[in-house]
Design a protein around this ligand. Structure first.
Ligand code: ATP
Ligand code: MG
Length: 310
């Protein structure tokens, strides 16, 4: 197995204050890995150490086998990085910006120009390619940022909060773009985020960091099963008329662990599929189940549970 990222007890303290502690991260070739955690969890610090932009206090980081601290230039050659707050020259156009970045990476205009046209199309900016970036919205800048990362044909891409400050539709577009580029060009992706429900669709694996520690890791499905523990299923039931007494009756069914409600939907966590028993109780209470469906845990729920355990 060839690891794109391999860290060993990677730690960073700022003036004795912990930012990252004993992080052991492994990312496979071609996978999309989501580093998730709340503000201040250590995501950006981890990324900066991988890129050799900040030095670990102890432990080490390898990217494609190159040591991030002692061989940062080799790491940079194969890695594209979109920082948390990407800045562009406001008076350059999108196309000029990409050309400038290509030049910085030693790619002559002759070679970059068709690639730039293609990238502008990929990220959906071809129609505004000749606008000055100063006129771009946040979502357009972020898409330009992704194109900028791809100009040098990286094998590995690190995106720090690629969807922050972008509306849901724009975020969906950017995430789809990331997934598409990863799948089509076999690019390995590490992205950080605290917007769990958004990224869960595109990540092959996620790592949840809290206070500098990796507290959970796996596919979203795996984490869901672990979180679920004994309660195996979540049923969502829409009832015609939701009375408080009904919640109590359902709670009394053997195998039901937790019942909550919002509007006319009941959310029931249970040990096994109790659809029949629950329907019967609902009918007996004098109302009707309009819809029953079972669903898996969302990453949001998984995440909240990990932090509640603390
Ligand atoms: N240059 C620095 N000097 C001192 N402390 C820092 C520095 N950079 C980060 N920290 C601290 O390290 C911890 C981790 O910060 P980091 O920026 O890595 O978190 P993050 O997970 O990226 O958060 P966010 O979601 O807000 O971007 C925080 O407590 C932060 O205050
Ligand atoms: Mg950050």
């Amino acid at each position: 197995m060839k690891w794109v990222v391999e860290t060993t007890d990677l730690s960073k303290f700022y003036d004795g204050i912990k930012a990252v502690e004993r992080l052991n991260l492994r990312i496979k070739e071609g996978e999309i890995y989501g580093l998730l955690g709340p503000n201040g969890a250590g995501k950006t610090t981890t990324i900066l150490m991988l890129l050799g932009l900040t030095e670990p206090t102890s432990g080490k980081a390898l990217v494609y086998g190159y040591n991030s601290t002692t061989e940062p230039l080799k790491v940079k050659r194969v890695t594209g990085y979109l920082p948390e707050n990407v800045g562009f020259y406001e008076d350059l156009t999108a196309r000029e910006t990409l050309r400038y970045i290509a030049r910085l990476n030693g790619i002559p205009d002759k070679r970059s120009s068709s690639r730039i046209d293609e990238l502008l199309k990929v990220v959906g900016l071809h129609e505004v390619a000749d606008w000055e970036v100063g006129k771009f919205s946040r979502g357009m800048r972020q898409r330009l940022g992704i194109a900028a990362v791809l100009v040098k044909d990286p094998k590995f891409v690190i995106l720090d909060e690629p969807t922050s400050g972008i509306d849901p539709e724009g975020a969906r577009h950017i995430l789809e773009l990331i997934r598409k580029m990863s799948r089509e060009q076999n690019i390995t992706v590490l992205l950080s985020s605290h917007l769990l429900y958004q990224v869960q669709r595109i990540c092959d694996r996620v790592g949840i960091v809290s206070e500098g520690h990796l507290v959970a890791e796996g596919s979203v499905d795996q984490l869901g099963r672990e979180t679920a523990g004994e309660s195996r299923a979540i049923l969502e039931v829409q009832v015609e008329d939701l009375k408080p007494e009904l919640l109590d009756s359902i709670r009394r069914i053997e195998g039901v662990r937790e019942v909550s409600s919002s509007a006319d939907i009941l959310s029931i966590k249970c040990d096994r599929d109790l659809r029949r028993e629950i329907s019967k109780v609902i009918v007996d209470s004098g109302t009707l189940p309009l819809q029953i469906r079972s669903r898996d845990y969302t990453l949001e729920e998984i995440y909240i549970r990990y932090f509640q355990r603390g």
